[in-house]
Design a protein around this ligand. Structure first.
Ligand SMILES: Cc1cc2nc3c(=O)[nH]c(=O)nc-3n(C[C@H](O)[C@H](O)[C@H](O)COP(=O)(O)OP(=O)(O)OC[C@H]3O[C@@H](n4cnc5c(N)ncnc54)[C@H](O)[C@@H]3O)c2cc1C
Length: 308
């Protein structure tokens, strides 16, 4: 199986590919640097009834301690082309968000500054409509090349994704993003005279500094839960008295109640138990059901939080 992919590995520890540094081995694992390989890989997985999971940077994904009885496709294909006259950027799904924002700014294309410092890839960001300081990536999408579940390529526009808070239609369709075209804004001569470029650079720098000041460093996936309407998951967890709560090697940060950390000795089971504790306590105290933002992958390739 997968004979035409010499770089495919067996038994690869998934902890090496996720920000949490958690997760057991994958039966099959491949890092894809050429987007054109993905349709072939997925069709072979399907022919052999092997579940597959796509990851980019692994900054919003955590795998089970038993790993995955299937194939993990890590997309690192990173072609990035600018059509500056038209303010368009065409990016492979595996381009890192840091690079996208940085290179866009270097070309005086604006809009993404607030997303400076966001971990992960363009594919992961579009999948979850990543957002920071009120700027969501979905707002800049013009079109995308997707691979559907029958192995067909299709071109779709922004409306197809039905973007909402940390959500796109792809959560239910399971389609794979191969390439995206984003439409940014061009800084004008007048803006340049007004030193607008420096203002935007400062905005990017401030976004990065905000992360340093308000978020703990260490092994985590950013916000663990989505914010419920009109409130903050971190506030609820804090008021429920759970900051600092610890199960095994997993604990809730003292700095930010919605950051669930691995102290270096945690297992995914510890993290899941901590998640259960936070969910049940918040439900009991405030009658609010927290929904995970983090994607927890079970050994059979389903998501623990499939309802999201
Ligand atoms: C320190 C820290 C801070 C963070 N801050 C923020 C923040 O401010 N705002 C925010 O929104 N998020 C934040 N996050 C979460 C995370 O960075 C984002 O969700 C990011 O967009 C995930 O990208 P990724 O490539 O790492 O995705 P992964 O974790 O690799 O994947 C996430 C999901 O996307 C799917 N996916 C990935 N690539 C593709 C593709 N090509 N096609 C189809 N599906 C795909 C995966 O299957 C998975 O379900 C933070 C995380 C960390 C660790």
């Amino acid at each position: 199986m997968f004979n035409q992919f010499p770089n495919l590995k067996t038994g690869e520890p998934l902890s090496k590919h996720c920000w949490y540094a958690l997760g057991g081995p994958a039966d099959y694992f491949i890092e894809v640097t050429d987007i054109d390989e993905i349709p072939k890989l997925i069709s072979e997985a399907k022919e052999n009834s092997i579940p597959y999971i796509i990851i980019g940077g692994g900054s919003n994904t955590v795998f089970h301690d038993e790993g995955l009885r299937g194939l993990v496709i890590k997309i690192t294909a990173d072609s990035l082309e600018f059509e500056s006259g038209a303010c368009r950027v065409v990016a492979d799904a595996g381009v890192s968000m840091m690079r996208l924002v940085k290179e866009s700014m270097e070309r005086e294309l604006t809009g993404l500054e607030s997303l400076f410092g966001l971990p992960g890839t363009v594919g992961g960001a579009i999948f979850g409509n990543a957002e920071a300081h009120g700027t969501a990536i979905g707002g800049f999408l013009e079109s995308a090349t997707l691979l559907d579940n029958n192995g067909n390529l299709k071109e779709v526009d922004k409306d197809y994704f039905q973007f909402s808070y940390r959500h796109s239609k792809l959560h239910s369709t399971g389609e794979t993003i191969l390439k995206v075209t984003l439409k940014l804004n061009q800084i004008t001569e007048e803006d340049l005279e007004n030193e607008e470029l420096q203002v935007l650079r400062n905005k990017a720098e401030e976004a990065l500094n905000f992360r340093k000041d308000h978020q703990p460093t260490g092994r985590n996936n950013g916000s663990f839960f989505k914010n419920p309407k009109g409130d903050y998951a971190g506030r609820l967890i804090d008021v429920a008295g759970l900051k600092g709560a610890k199960i095994g090697g997993a604990y809730i940060s003292e700095k930010h109640g919605n950051f669930f950390m691995n102290d270096g000795t945690a297992t995914t089971s510890d993290l899941i138990e901590l998640r259960n504790l936070a969910k049940s306590t918040v439900k009991e105290k405030f009658d609010i059901t927290l929904e995970e933002e983090v994607r927890i992958v079970m050994p059979n390739g389903t998501y623990l939080n499939d309802e999201n």
